[in-house]
Each structure stands twice: as structure tokens, then as C-alpha cells.
Design a protein around this ligand. Structure first.
Ligand SMILES: Nc1ncnc2c1ncn2[C@@H]1O[C@H](COP(=O)(O)OP(=O)(O)OP(=O)(O)O)[C@@H](O)[C@H]1O
Length: 621
């Protein structure tokens, strides 16, 4: 592994791809990374490399999105540079930078330097508070005083008036556009109301000298864009802007970053579009995809090896994400590092179907107890991650009660223990063992995710969740749930889960040698293959498994088997030729080459492998 030096001493071990990204020339650069690629380490290395190359510390800015990420970055950098106070001026959240600039310049922006903050209570609880931020007032309380309790009522997408105010600013909507929105019949009530009340909201903020983060950023952007000399004065000194988590940027944030570059500074950003999960907060995954257009001349560096997860876990995760047709070919490599005995970390995937949420909770608690008691895993290395709290309530409460009975610690503010989080909150974290309960249709993908963009985000959320696990991943779901009146009601397993398990059972995505894996462990009666057949996902049984896996079409919906020829009707000659040339390669590789839906590709490949001559006959000459 190459070593990055700092101040004449070896500082960081890096992989080849990390080294190339960290030591890239001083030009705009996008570091396009996969999960577990070591983004934080590479970002720290970039900072140290630029310092070594002579960049002045006060002309560098390092932007993160959460205070937790800022704290981690500061801790890591402090071990090399020691001067924490100076570092705190350069390493900040995006909100921290905007606030510092507005306070320092105040006058030209029409504010006083000691303005107060309106702080979103929910986000503060999730992200923790940092030193840079003054206590501030509750934004929710402010909105209720102005607009009444209905200000916090969410529409069916989960957006309330405050969320819509954020949206107007995240999308950089101008006055005219907001005026049109206020009259538009194409948007929901919450958005129309936000467009109508936006002026009142801003006036009230000015009157109280209290501002929310979006407003602070918006003021800086609007004024500096209108007055280039002011932008030059405030931002002209920056030579380097380093940005983390670029996949979750909004249009406003991109405009804010562009201000940092007015003096000829260069942007070095790292992100992973497969982990873009904040669309509901107005982040636009398209931004990372059009990085080269927003920052002309940018080069791209790929960090494509997952160094966190065991190979089976990475294999499963990449088979799931390969089903996103818009992601383009971005190969994800399995970790090839071996331990002292020459052993590759295979990781373990366990699947379990429970009768209902309570039984599922008891199963999880038993597995956790086994990990803690028999494998001596520290409880804080274990996490239970769920899509949304309400749907997961029963399972969570059952697990927690069982853990308490067994005196297994549960994480509680500063006290370490088994962690319970939403998948969104788990972003950027890693655990030895991860439990993903409640994997049913309606929970993940969430029932509110109805359009293609929202469903793609649900797939990415699942990918984020899977890739939090280092060595043990547990997937579980109930067969039924309780209706409000107490009657049980059958539920369907998540199609993302079915797709992932089918791929894992085929060993798909695990092709790069050296992994001896029997597929996911099925903890329960029957077999995984049989279960998959019942889900209708295995119409084409694999030869060796036929005995245990009778292929049954789903009741009431006969599914006649399509022939290879029928499947290939919509395929282009180039796609058919690619299939023929690469048929021996893994499904994940083929998915990278041929962007067809996962289920379709699986069937076509299976049929073509069984009858190569038929494929040849269909290939145009
Ligand atoms: N060069 C390296 N050598 C050894 N281990 C590494 C190296 N780089 C990263 N790692 C380890 O790989 C794991 C993943 O790193 P990190 O958490 O920075 O990934 P990430 O890219 O931020 O992932 P994600 O986006 O999934 O949160 C960590 O446990 C880290 O210590």
C-alpha cells in the first residue's frame, strides 16, 4: 500500500486508488466512491497532501454536512496538525460556514452580527450540536406562533410548511417562480401555502433578527451573486474547497460552493451516488451526475473497493444496487485483502422469516445474545436499523425488552450499547453486526415512494443499510402484521429483499475469486430456495436445487414461461452481442455491461446459458 507522508513523516496508509485521488493535481475533481471505500481517510489525506504541496491552511475550506462528520474530521486532522482552534475555522458544516460568513460581514447583507438562529429541533436531535452554533430558538415554535399549528402538518409526502420553505430555497426559486407556485394547481396544498406565506416568514425572521440555516445560506448566495466584488472580498482567498458526501447536495449548495471558487479555487469533492438518500430534504442526485458540467474541466477518480464489508455482504449489496438502471457502470470490487492466515473476510448473511413482528423481535434478541455471549462481540458493535420508526415499533420494543431482561446494554445518549437507528441516521457509520428487520413491501420500499425517483431512493437506502455491516448481516421480515382492529393481515416481503436474496443464492456478484460461500444462511424451516420460489422469483429453478425447490406459480396468477426469443424482443443487436460475448461472466458484470432490469437479465442469462445455440441463432450477423 502506498504511504502518504506529512511533515516529513509517514502519515497514512492508502490503497492505490485512494492515493491517486488524494494526490490528484490541483484541479476540480470528483472522487466517485462506493460504500466502505475509505472516503474519510482519503479526504484527510487530500487535506494533508495539499498542505504538503504548499496550500495555505487559511485558504482551504473543508465542508461536511453534519456536525458528527465535522467532529470526526477534526479529530482525525488534529492528530496531524494539533492546532484545533485553527482547524475549527477551516473544517465546518456547510451551515457553519454560511453562518460564519454572514456574521463576519453582516452589514452588506442587511443583518446585525449578533443575529439569533432558528434551529430545526428534529435535525438537532439527530445530528447533535456543535460548538460553532449558538443555542438558538426552535424553528417549529417560531412557525407555530406565526402560522398556527397547521404549520407542522405534513402532506402525504411527509412535507410540512417548514420543509416546503426549505425546498423553495434549496431549489433557488426566484420571486417570480414562487409567485407562480402560489397560484399553481399542479402542486399540493403545503407547497402552495409555503409560496404564499414565504414573504411573511422572511419578514418575521428579519423583525425578530432570527434566521434559519436555509435563509442564512440563501442571503449569502443571493447577495454575492448580485455583487461580484463582495463575493471576491469574502471568498476570493480560497484556493481549495474539499467537500464530503457530494451525492446529497442541493442546487443552493452547489451555488454556495461556486462562491468559494471565485478567486480561482478548486473543488475536490467526494461522494457516492448509490448512497444519495436525502431527496426528501431537496437534495438532487443529478448534481453528482452532472459534476463535470457544473465544474468544467473536472477529473473523476474512482474509489471502487468496499473495504468495510465482508465479500458476501458487498456481493449482495452490489447485486441490489445494480438494479438501479440510472446509475451507469460503476463497478464495485470486493475486498481482496487477506489476514495473517491468508483468509479473505467472507462475511455472513442470515435470512429469517418470522410469523409476526413480535416473533421477529424475539429472534433478533436471541441472535444478539448469541453474538454477545458466545462470540463476545461488544454490544456497541451491533445495530438494529429500520426504515421508519412507526412501522418498526413492535419489533424494536420486543428486542429492547428482551435485551433489558438479559442485561445487554442498549445505547442511550452517551452510554454505549446496541444501537437502534433509522437507516438515514446510520449513514456513514459501521457496525460488526447489523440487523435489518421489517423488510416488507410498504416499509422498504416505503409506501409513500410512488414515483420512479422515490423508488430508486428506496433502493439506495437499502444499499446504505446493507453496507453498514462489516461481518454479519441479518435480514428479517414478518409474514403478517396486526391491523388496527387486532386482526392479523398477510404482508408481502420487500421486492428489494427478494431480488437481493435471489442474487445472493446464485452467488451473483461474488465472482472475483477466492470466496467459498454457500449463500445466505436460512434460519428457519424449509429453504431459501423454496421461499424464493414461492415469491415467484425463481420460475427458472437451478438444476441442483429442483428437488428442494418446487417451482410453483403464484396462486391465481399463472405465469407462462417466456422463451429466450420472446425475452429478447426489445433488445438491440449490440446488447445481444454483448450477452453472447460475456455470457460466462458473472451477472453483476453483465449488469454493468447491459443495463437491463435485474430480473429480466437474470432470466435471459439463465436461458441463454442453458441453450447457447439458441442465443447464437438470435444474434444478428
Ligand atoms: N487504506 C485503508 N487501509 C485499511 N483500512 C481502510 C483503508 N481505508 C479505509 N479503511 C477502512 O475501511 C472502512 C470504511 O472506511 P470509511 O468509513 O471511511 O468508508 P466510507 O467511504 O466513508 O464509507 P460509507 O460511504 O459507506 O460510509 C473503515 O473501517 C476504514 O477504517
Amino acid at each position: 500500500m502506498p504511504l502518504l507522508h506529512y511533515a516529513g513523516r509517514p502519515a497514512l496508509d492508502l490503497t492505490d486508488e485512494q492515493f491517486a485521488a488524494a494526490t490528484a493535481p490541483h484541479a476540480h475533481a470528483l472522487v466517485d466512491a462506493c460504500a466502505g471505500a475509505g472516503k474519510t481517510r482519503t479526504l484527510v489525506a487530500r487535506y494533508l497532501h495539499r498542505r504538503e504541496a504548499g496550500a495555505e491552511p487559511d485558504r482551504m475550506a473543508l465542508v461536511t454536512f453534519t456536525r458528527r462528520a465535522t467532529a470526526e474530521m477534526l479529530d482525525r486532522l488534529e492528530t496531524f496538525t494539533q492546532d484545533r482552534r485553527a482547524l475549527e475555522r477551516r473544517v465546518r458544516t456547510i451551515d457553519g460556514f454560511a453562518q460564519a460568513i454572514l456574521r463576519a460581514a453582516a452589514g452588506p447583507f442587511g443583518v446585525t452580527a449578533d443575529f439569533g438562529l432558528l434551529v430545526d429541533e428534529r435535525r438537532r436531535a439527530n445530528e447533535g450540536r456543535g460548538d460553532e452554533e449558538r443555542p438558538g430558538e426552535s424553528r417549529e415554535g417560531f412557525a407555530v406562533r406565526l402560522f398556527g399549528r397547521t404549520a407542522l402538518d405534513a402532506d402525504e409526502d411527509g412535507t410540512n410548511l417548514l420543509g416546503a420553505f426549505d425546498g423553495l430555497r434549496a431549489r433557488l426559486m426566484g420571486e417570480a417562480e414562487i409567485g407562480r407556485l402560489a397560484q399553481s394547481a399542479d402542486v399540493g396544498d403545503v407547497w402552495r401555502r409555503a409560496a404564499r406565506c414565504y414573504g411573511d416568514y422572511r419578514a418575521a425572521m428579519d423583525k425578530a433578527a432570527l434566521y434559519d440555516h436555509a435563509e442564512i445560506q440563501h442571503r449569502v448566495i443571493a447577495r454575492c451573486q448580485a455583487e461580484p466584488a463582495l463575493a471576491q472580498k469574502l471568498f476570493g482567498r480560497f484556493t481549495d474547497l474539499l467537500v464530503d458526501e457530494y451525492q446529497d447536495v442541493t442546487a443552493a449548495q452547489v451555488a454556495f460552493f461556486q462562491l468559494f471558487l471565485v478567486g480561482g479555487g478548486r473543488l475536490w469533492a467526494v461522494g457516492d451516488e448509490d448512497q444519495a438518500i436525502f431527496g426528501f430534504r431537496h437534495a438532487e442526485v443529478e448534481r453528482i451526475r452532472r459534476f463535470g458540467r457544473d465544474f468544467p474541466g473536472a477529473r473523476t477518480y474512482r474509489l471502487g473497493t468496499n473495504l468495510r464489508c465482508g465479500r458476501a455482504i458487498t456481493g449482495l449489496a452490489r447485486a441490489v444496487i445494480a438494479g438501479d438502471r440510472r446509475r451507469g457502470t460503476r463497478p464495485i470490487a470486493l475486498d481482496e485483502r487477506r489476514d495473517g492466515d491468508g483468509w479473505l473476510n467472507p462475511g455472513q448473511v442470515v435470512a429469517h422469516e418470522a410469523e409476526d413482528a413480535e416473533a421477529e423481535g424475539r429472534w433478533i434478541a436471541r441472535r444478539i445474545a448469541r453474538l454477545v455471549d458466545e462470540e463476545e462481540l461488544p454490544p456497541e458493535r451491533i445495530a438494529v436499523l429500520y426504515r421508519a420508526r412507526p412501522a418498526a415499533e413492535t419489533v424494536i420494543e420486543t428486542v429492547r425488552a428482551a435485551l433489558r431482561r438479559q442485561r445487554i446494554p442498549i445505547e442511550d445518549s452517551d452510554k454505549p450499547g446496541v444501537a437502534f437507528r433509522t437507516i438515514h441516521e446510520s449513514k456513514g457509520l459501521e457496525f460488526e453486526a447489523v440487523f435489518l428487520p421489517g423488510l416488507v413491501l410498504g416499509a422498504l420500499p416505503h409506501y409513500r415512494a410512488t414515483d420512479a425517483a422515490a423508488r430508486a431512493e428506496e433502493r439506495r437506502l437499502f444499499y446504505v443499510a446493507l453496507t453498514r455491516a462489516e461481518t454479519r448481516l441479518h435480514l428479517s421480515w414478518p409474514r403478517c402484521r396486526m391491523k388496527r382492529n387486532g386482526d392479523p393481515e398477510a404482508v408481502r416481503p420487500s421486492p428489494l429483499l427478494v431480488e437481493g436474496l435471489a442474487a445472493a443464492l446464485d452467488g451473483d456478484g461474488l465472482d472475483s475469486g477466492g470466496l467459498e460461500w454457500d449463500g445466505p444462511e436460512w434460519d428457519g424451516p424449509g429453504s431459501l430456495d423454496g421461499w424464493l420460489a414461492r415469491q415467484g422469483s425463481r420460475r427458472i429453478a437451478r438444476p441442483g436445487l429442483q428437488a428442494t425447490a418446487p417451482v410453483r406459480p403464484k396462486a391465481g396468477r399463472p405465469q407462462p414461461a417466456k422463451s429466450l426469443e420472446e425475452w429478447l424482443v426489445g433488445w438491440s443487436p449490440a446488447e445481444i452481442a454483448l450477452l453472447d460475448e460475456h455470457l460466462g461472466r458473472s451477472l453483476a458484470t453483465l449488469q454493468g455491461l447491459i443495463q437491463r432490469p435485474y430480473g429480466e437479465l437474470t432470466r435471459v442469462v439463465t436461458l441463454a446459458r442453458a441453450d447457447r445455440a439458441a442465443l447464437r441463432a438470435l444474434r444478428p450477423s
